[in-house]
Structures are given as C-alpha cells and as structure tokens.
Design a protein around this ligand. Sequence first.
Ligand code: ADP
Ligand code: MG
Length: 268
Amino acid sequence: MLPIEIRDVSLMYDTPGGKVPGVKDVSINIDASEFVCIVGPSGCGKSTLLNIIAGFLAPAAGEIRIGGKAVTGHGMDRGVVFQDFAQLFPWRTALGNVTFGLEMKGVPKDEREKIAREQLRLVKLEKFTASFPHHLSGGMQQRVAIARALAYNPAVLLMDEPFAALDALTRDDMQRLLADVWRETRKTVIYVTHNVSEAVYLADRVIVMSAHPGTVKADIRIPLDRPRDPLSADFLEWQKNLLRHLGHDAGGGEAGQKSNGKAHTQGG
Ligand code: ADP
Ligand code: MG
C-alpha cells in the first residue's frame, strides 16, 4: 500500500574471478497497491534486485524509496517470500511460524495468535494451524510463508519465484489464491518469476529484464480484467506479446511447454 521508487540502482558482485554484474541502472516506479511482475532470463538479476529492495543487499549506486523513505536495511514495511520451502522454521507449527514476526515486534500472545489465525484463514490453512512444516505439502508450506510475510501487515510484499518449485496444478491454485489475497489486502507486490503465463495472470505491469548486465528492457501494462482466464484468446495474446519481448519465438518451441494451457519460459 506504499509506492516504491527504484532509481538508477546498480550492483556488482565481487567474486574470486573478478566483478560480476548483478543489476545495472535499474529504474522503476511502482504505485501503491500495484502488482508488478519482474521477468527475465536466468541470471539477469531478478533476485539481486529483489534482495536490494528487501534491504538484504546494499546497491553500489542508486536508491530505493518506499513511501518516500529511503531503504537502508530490512524493515517491517516489507514482507518477503522466497522459492525455498526451507524458509519456514521447522521446529515451529504453522501458527508459530506466522506469529514469529509479531513476537519480534512484542505483540502480546493472544493478539498475535488472533492475527496469525486470520492470516492463515486468508491462505486457506485455518485447519492446519497446529501442523509442522514437514507435515505440510509444498504448496501449503508456501501458503504459510505468505501468511507469515503478511502477519505484521507490511505495506509491500516481495516474492521471489515463490511457486517455482511446485507442480503445475498446485501452482495454478496458488496463483489464484495469491490473486485473491492481493485483492483483499491491496499490498504493493513485486513478484519475480521466469514464468510468462504467471506474470500475465498476476500482474498489473510486467517489467522485462535483459540478460547481462541486468537492465530494464520493457515495461508492459497488462490491461486484462480480473479474474483472468488463462485460456482466453486475450490472455494467450498477452502471453505471446511478453514472450516476444523476452526474445522467444512465440509460435512454438519453448512456448509449447505447457500446463493447463499455460506456457512457460525456460530457466529462471
Ligand atoms: P536471477 O534471479 O535473475 O536468476 P540473480 O540476481 O540471482 O539472477 O543473479 C544475477 C547475476 O549475479 C548472475 O550472473 C549471478 O551469477 C550473479 N550472482 C548472483 N548472486 C551472486 C553472488 N552471491 N556472488 C556472485 N555472483 C552472484
Ligand atoms: Mg533468482
């Protein structure tokens, strides 16, 4: 629910083999409550950019402002969800995972459990509050991670390929669920994916990054009404349009790799 300004952000990684470009001169303005997807080939700097916005990495140049305030490190105004199922605390229940941030914030036990139950309801896990992560499926674990990121009511939700490790059908369910969660919460979302169909399904705007050095190559508004139908002609047209921006042949080949009529790009 806060706008995000990304201004001329660059970062190089120091490696034993020399400097490796992470991202270069990235500028993006994101409105409050906007859902922005960042797509691009594997290694183009999507995760680097997300980690800079999260405050986990400091850019060598440029700056990030959230609600006009410069980012200097991680803060409670941002919730983060990663691809990895291991992001949950294995020794805590679903409820315990979601209450964690609230505990850190000093919220009293009754109140934080009430908030956590409400967040778990939002991701349709109200029956699994007492379950430990290893008893939950991958999709359910990612839903706990989303509930946990939302629990302290951040204005911004940052997601790095959160559904990439899930099977195609579960991923479709999760995309629908996330679209519902976004409609209810109106968070500002930055969502990294290499999956073009996912971007067309979720995004108000898609930022296409080019490979090496990672810069913004295109900024595309997706004007489709919600809820979106991945099998509609318009949807497929936007998917092709995005694939073209990514430099793929939209006629077949990699775009032909499908689940439920949805095409995916390779890599990530
Ligand atoms: P993406 O998420 O788009 O796949 P990344 O942001 O992970 O891309 O990586 C961008 C570039 O930075 C790649 O060339 C990658 O090899 C390099 N890189 C990423 N993380 C590190 C790191 N910790 N140390 C050195 N190089 C890195
Ligand atoms: Mg990545």
